[in-house]
Write a protein that binds this ligand. Structure first.
Ligand SMILES: *Cc1c(COP(=O)(O)O)cnc(C)c1O
Length: 458
């Protein structure tokens, strides 16, 4: 008999989580104005809000915490982190920051000017925010196939080389760099192939431009290259990561994802001029260059996390769990964005709650129903998140309306995945009885999803 798949770790410390009753959840949801961000975490049984900063550190990482050197300048922990990043990425210069958006803020303060155009695949919200707040444009050149939620292709996060070439032909004077997000979070945690990174490099070289990798999930991207792209099956994750970064000039990193720490980030680059330029903004925004917003102990834990999460076994356990949950949804016929990406499942709420009008926010309604059903917290990535059109002030119903279920790294077991899937199935089975959604009673102008207050219409 073939042995079943099992996790590449065992558990040494546990954190109890509590179930609740439906009556309790109904009360809590009402008190939270039907906004899942407003719940207290102890009111949640299984938390799939985000995979950012929610991972479980290993025994080696916790041991490294004790070795943190908290010196203001010249911290040994900084040099441990820098050497690890040098080894994994090949980038010589490293600036630590308190998280990924801070890395963007520091690097873009040097590189992005009013009128700049920054092409790439789909820009993450904060990346776009840091570009647009500088009166510059984030130009999305993702392949069109990414928009078809049911199309199964291996590298749905890719940049469309034709769109990129066109962008550079038209705007190259105003392009400070190209940014490729690996994996493509906005498109559903979809990977970018090595071949595509090579194509981007060639176009960049043709126009004399540099390439930044937004690398929050670079290790998961390397896993997909190893398992899906021809010629990489026998390479290690570390070899693949080094090759990916060899095709770029620098990176911004949210260490809260593939660094498996609860807080942290960094910039790394091979170019001294970028380092010198970014340095000037690190000191006022983040702190001195050998800590830049991080504790010594956090830099130690990150160095170990980067090393561990660029090992195949760790990544295989993680991606396998996400695929396991997707397999259960397949079994129950629940539609989600295909193929499943690295860190989350995006349930296609428009296709589930077909009776709920767009104006009543189907994905948010599904998120509320799932929470009421079993205390599982997901996150709406849909019409509420899309905010209003800045000119007409109308809601934007043009995009997708998804319920995102993020899987934290090394936190839940496959039994928790079974609970999530069963809860979703129970809601799915009574989808035709759900005919009303929610109404906004209070909202902010930008990023309203964090604080929006809603009224339930059912
Ligand atoms: C999370 C994330 C960021 C921002 O990082 P924070 O650590 O949350 O500030 C940037 N890009 C991508 C692709 C991300 O997933």
């Amino acid at each position: 008999m073939e042995l079943p798949f099992a996790e590449s770790w065992r558990i040494k410390m546990v954190e109890p989580i509590k179930k609740s009753t439906r009556e309790e959840r109904e009360q809590w949801m009402k008190e939270a104005d039907y906004n899942l961000f407003q719940l207290r975490s102890e009111q949640v049984y299984i938390d799939c809000l985000t995979d950012s900063g929610t991972g479980a550190m290993s025994d080696r990482q916790w041991a490294a915490v004790m070795m943190g050197d908290e010196s203001y300048a010249g911290s040994t922990s900084f040099f441990h982190l820098k050497e690890t990043i040098n080894k994994i990425t090949g980038f010589e210069y490293v600036i630590p920051t308190h998280q990924g958006r801070a890395a963007e803020n520091v690097l873009f303060s040097h590189l992005v000017k009013a009128g700049s155009i920054v092409p790439g695949n789909s820009h993450f919200d904060t990346t776009k925010g840091h570009i647009e707040s500088r009166k510059a444009t984030a130009l999305d050149c993702t392949i069109d196939e990414a928009k078809d939620t049911q199309l199964e292709i291996p590298f749905k996060g890719n940049v469309d080389p034709k769109k990129l070439e066109k962008a550079l032909a038209e705007h190259h004077e105003n392009v400070p760099f190209i940014i490729v997000t690996i994996t493509n979070n906005t498109a559903g945690g979809q990977p970018v192939s090595m071949q595509n990174l090579r194509e981007v490099r060639a176009i960049a070289d043709k126009y004399g431009k540099r390439v930044v990798l937004d690398s929050a999930r670079f290790a998961e991207n390397a896993y997909f290259i190893k398992t899906r792209e021809e010629g990489y099956a026998d390479k290690t994750i570390k070899e693949i990561a080094l090759e990916m970064f060899s095709l770029a000039d620098g990176m911004t990193m949210s260490a809260k994802k593939d660094g498996i720490v609860n807080m942290g980030g960094f910039i790394a680059t091979r170019h001294e001029d970028w380092y010198e330029g970014a340095k000037r903004f690190c000191i006022p925004f983040e702190g001195y260059l050998t800590y830049g917003g991080m504790n010594g102990r956090d830099m130690e834990a990150l160095a170990v996390g980067l090393d561990e999460n660029t090992e195949f076994d760790n990544l295989e356990t993680r991606i396998h769990q996400v695929e396991f949950l997707a397999g259960l949804l397949d079994e129950y016929g629940i539609p989600y964005q295909r193929p499943v990406g690295g860190h989350a499942i995006f349930v296609d709420a428009d296709k589930v709650l077909t009776k709920v009008p767009k104006e009543e926010f189907p994905a948010q309604t599904l998120a509320i129903e799932l929470y009421l059903e079993a205390g599982v917290r997901g996150c709406e990535i849909g019409y509420i998140l899309a905010d209003r059109d800045p000119v007409t002030r109308e809601n934007r119903f043009g995009g997708l309306d998804l319920l995102r279920l993020c899987i934290a790294r090394r936190v839940y077991t496959d039994n928790h995945m079974r609970v999530i899937a069963a809860a979703l199935k129970n809601v799915f089975d009574r989808r035709n009885e759900i005919t009303r959604g929610v109404e906004i009673v209070w909202e902010t102008e930008l990023m309203r999803h964090f604080t929006v207050k809603l009224k339930k219409l059912f």
